[in-house]
Design a protein around this ligand. Structure first.
Ligand SMILES: *Cc1c(COP(=O)(O)O)cnc(C)c1O
Length: 564
């Protein structure tokens, strides 16, 4: 392929590229990084755009009673990326804001490179406040967020052009944060035909170029800005006249902007596609279920096992389909190594006093109310009883709360309190500053992955997929990807029934009772029938690891969205 011949531009507010770069907050960013890695593996001609986030999301500190405080997470930009010579500019509140880009190269399995451009406004030519626009991921107020979205969307397209990326056919908006790129594409249409004013033909041309993936079924998760703020920050734009595109009266809703200007729209799991179709009934919404990058998330011990039996599994993840043929003694040996690595870490770094022989559960998500990390502590007596009767177990938690999410912060405190109350009976530890490095140890090292969100709030969830690739089955509420991944007692276990209807909320006390019943069953199986437990581990790999990966996911984007 010729230099700069990339056909697909992937835009994401956050991208998790590697452990040393705190340029992500959680699931969305990790997914973006895994997506790009698989694109590079598969030689998909893609270039990606994001913001630099020079001060990261944040470094999480937890006090003795579990209260979260945040510190900036500075990183050595020059160590990971190379500054590009091009400069572009955007207008924000009437000021010219200059932008540069740092290039990070994602190398695929065969050496093919997908460039990632991290946009940076920290230039001497900018006003002091503007220099900080690309410092903090999801930081500060609404005006700051809107300015960031201008830099990402409008600045991003201009930067790609300045860098010579003129062959791009598709712009993939990974969530609505990048929706403003559609305005720049509209302006390009107008400029190209030396017209004045946007026509319906311009809108149709942009529509053909854009692909939009929505990631949340929670209405508050969809970005919107009051129109007076938009006009103050952006100034007037021709597109504002087209109310059918730039809709919704006194608010600019980034989701609707993306929906109106994309020819292909998808949710991130079958169920999420349906829920989104319900929310946005006048649009056609497909689904492509998320995945994780197998090469990245399989731990060293399991990778060695796969290397011995299925050479080429990294290039062709489908070969994990044959996992049922793995010898059980070798599986158990590799699983023990993965678990020991985790035990060493939690005992050394957190003085957790955990027991490598005990059934170990993992739970790590963004700490926010609907994910219900503390559901398992609803009835402490029940929990003690199960541990006494079915077998000893322990639980490892992790996850950051958004700095403004007080309920999320209280949730972490509640888990600390529960851990304290249970300390003589059940070991519970909360790992601080959950990040990619800790996630790798945790998703690979536990025996069972636990997930208990409030249905239907889970778009997909990906941690359970990382676990499955490592032979770790899930015990999870039937929501998001688990509706597709769960075969009861075969790939893992479901908590409760499938709540398919948004208007049928599940009941917390009832969900807790269902969780306890399954927890007992899982503990009895773990201690009572190792052979059958091994079968569940093998099916997690064969049925879920072989499918819920970004290689399969990227194939679907190529077929349905990019080169249709
Ligand atoms: C995978 C991952 C997430 C996202 O997990 P979900 O299950 O999708 O919520 C968040 N943070 C880190 C560090 C991860 O590795």
């Amino acid at each position: 392929m010729q230099e700069n011949g990339q056909k697909v531009a992937y835009f994401s507010m956050e991208i998790g590229l590697e452990e040393g770069m705190p340029t992500y907050s959680g699931g969305l960013g990790i997914l973006a990084g895994d997506t790009i890695q698989s694109a590079a593996d598969m030689r998909v001609p893609m270039a990606a755009v994001t913001l630099l986030h020079r001060k990261g999301y944040f470094f999480q500190k937890l006090s003795a009673d579990g209260w979260q405080t945040e510190a900036p997470a500075e990183w050595a930009v020059e160590h990971f990326t190379r500054e590009q010579p091009s400069r572009v500019a955007v207008q924000i509140e009437g000021r010219t804001v200059h932008i540069r880009a740092w290039k990070y190269e994602v190398k695929g399995a065969s050496g093919y490179v997908v460039p990632v451009y991290l946009l940076d406004t920290d230039l001497a030519a900018n006003a002091p406040a503007d220099r900080e626009l690309t410092h903090y991921l999801y930081g500060r107020d609404l005006a700051y967020r809107l300015a960031q979205e201008i830099v990402l969307g409008i600045g991003g397209v201009r930067m790609l052009r300045a860098l010579g990326h003129t062959a791009i056919k598709k712009f993939h908006l990974n969530e609505g944060h990048a929706s403003l790129l559609t305005l720049e594409l509209l302006d390009e249409q107008v400029r190209n035909r030396r017209g004045d004013g946007i026509t319906t033909a311009d809108i149709a041309a942009v529509h053909e170029q854009c692909v939009f993936t929505t990631h949340t079924p929670v209405p508050a998760g969809h970005d919107q800005f009051p129109m007076d703020l938009v006009k103050r920050v952006m100034g007037e734009h021709d597109a504002f006249i087209h109310k059918d595109v730039f809709c919704c009266g006194d608010k600019l809703n980034m989701t609707y902007l993306a929906l109106n200007l994309s020819h292909y729209v998808n949710g991130v799991a079958k169920k999420h596609g349906e829920v989104s179709q319900h929310m946005f009934a006048s649009y056609l919404i497909d689904s492509i279920t998320n995945g994780v990058h197998a090469g990245q998330w399989v731990c060293p011990a399991m990778a060695e096992l796969y290397d011995r039996h299925f050479s080429g599994w990294r290039e062709d993840n489908f070969s994990l389909r044959y996992a049922l043929s793995l010898p059980k003694n070798e599986l158990l040996e590799a699983r023990a190594k993965a678990k020991n690595a985790l035990m060493d870490f939690v005992n050394r770094e957190n003085n957790a006093g955990m027991d490598g022989e005990a059934l170990t559960f993992g739970f790590a998500r963004r700490a926010t109310s609907y994910k219900r990390a503390d559901l398992i502590f609803t009835d402490m007596e029940q929990l003690r009883k199960i541990s006494r009767e079915a077998g000893k177990f322990q639980i490892i938690f992790g996850g950051k709360a958004h700095p403004n999410d007080n309920a999320g912060k209280e949730l972490i405190k509640h888990i600390f309190a529960a851990a304290d109350a249970l300390r003589n009976d059940i070991k519970v530890v909360y790992l601080p500053n959950y990040d990619m490095a800790v996630a790798k140890l945790l998703t690979a090292g536990v025996d069972v992955w636990l997930n208990t969100p409030q249905p239907p709030m889970e778009a997909s969830g990906t941690s359970g997929m990382k676990a499955a690739l490592n032979g770790v089955p899930s015990l999870s509420v039937l929501d998001g990807w688990w509706i597709e991944g769960c075969i009861e007692g075969v790939t893992g276990w479901a908590v409760g029934a499938n709540h398919r209807q948004a208007e049928q909320p599940s009941d917390r006390a009832n969900d807790a009772a269902l969780l306890y019943a399954k927890l007992r069953q899982v503990a009895e199986l773990y201690y009572g029938d190792k052979g059958r437990f091994c079968n569940v581990m093998l099916h997690a790999i064969a049925l879920n690891g072989s499918f819920f990966n970004t290689q399969r996911m990227m194939q679907q984007y190529v077929l349905k969205a990019y080169f249709e």
